[in-house]
Design a protein around this ligand. Structure first.
Ligand SMILES: C[S@@+](CC[C@H](N)C(=O)[O-])C[C@H]1O[C@@H](n2cnc3c(N)ncnc32)[C@H](O)[C@@H]1O
Length: 271
């Protein structure tokens, strides 16, 4: 059964504003892997669990057609509000029922999403739609994030660790897949041509305000918000105040660097 934690309209509009595009290193890794298995021009890419479309849009220059799918109508509505491209369409659809013909897809991506799916059904469905030598690319950032700013990086990272401790009772069991670096998901893929690349670091410069916005898109924050709305809002406010004090600035527009640790699972269907 699908996990429905991403349905709210305000949650979806937060997604559109604050979610990150895939790190360049991961985009390069995926395109090289695919390029070693299928000839260009690449035909169809399907970005499953696309949310508001950040990964789908990153695929647009490399594929004749990109299809972004998500089970949440609110997420797809927001994806359609973003800048469009003639070769990109979005559909409301479950990962376990991909709206594509048999053997028609070059690449299936899932960014911070595959752990929410019914893995067994999804992998079976992915196998149906992938072309021979077509590829899977599942990637995500891990919870251990660092914040860098002048000489205050250690203190700021500690504040984020404490925020994560408060949210830890609200972490969904499926997030264990992320914490384990997608090991189980990797093992479940029935293809022999596969690899799991760990410790892909990414550095993103963003305002403190945007970092707090990103944190509010996390499923554990959304769950905390639904159970304890006042405490959840207070946690964001307090975190912002602690950051401003440590950074010795008065504006949340100040730029920090968020450092993330990512994992990417790649696999290719046999010929
Ligand atoms: C953490 S979000 C990631 C969204 C986007 N890929 C990103 O990186 O911003 C997970 C997404 O998976 C979607 N999702 C969860 N279960 C799903 C399923 N069974 N089929 C399709 N989408 C699903 C949710 O609606 C949500 O938009």
């Amino acid at each position: 059964m699908a996990t429905r934690l991403f349905e709210g309209k305000s949650h979806a509009s937060h997604y559109q504003k604050y979610r990150l595009s895939p790190p360049q290193k991961i985009q390069d890794l995926i395109l090289n892997y695919l390029g070693n298995r299928l000839k260009k021009p690449f035909g169809l890419a399907v970005d499953v669990g696309c949310g508001t479309g950040q990964t789908s849009r990153s695929l647009v220059p490399y594929f004749q057609k990109v299809l972004g799918t998500d089970i949440s109508e609110a997420q797809i509505e927001q994806a359609n509000h973003a800048d469009g491209f003639p070769n990109l369409v979005y559909r409301v659809s479950a990962a376990e029922e991909i709206p594509a013909e048999n053997a028609s897809v070059d690449l299936i991506t899932a960014c911070a999403a595959v752990h929410w799916f019914d893995i067994e059904k999804f992998l079976k469905e992915a196998d149906r739609v992938l072309k021979p030598c077509g590829c899977l690319a599942f990637f995500t950032y891990l919870p251990n994030m660092e914040v860098h700013y002048k000489h205050q990086s250690q203190q700021l990272t500690q504040v984020i660790t404490e925020l994560q401790d408060v949210l830890s009772p609200y972490v969904h069991e499926k997030v264990q897949h992320v914490i384990s670096g997608y090991k189980d998901i990797f093992n479940a893929i029935p293809y022999t041509d596969k690899k799991r690349v760990e410790n892909i670091d990414s550095k993103i410069s963003m305002s403190l305000k945007d970092m707090l916005g990103l944190i509010q898109t996390f499923s554990m924050y959304q769950t905390f918000l639904s159970f304890e709305p006042e405490k959840a809002k207070d946690l964001v406010k307090t975190t912002e105040q602690r950051f401003l004090e440590i950074m010795q600035v008065s504006s949340s527009e100040e730029i920090i660097e968020l450092r993330l640790n990512n994992v990417c699972v790649l696999a290719s269907k046999p010929e």
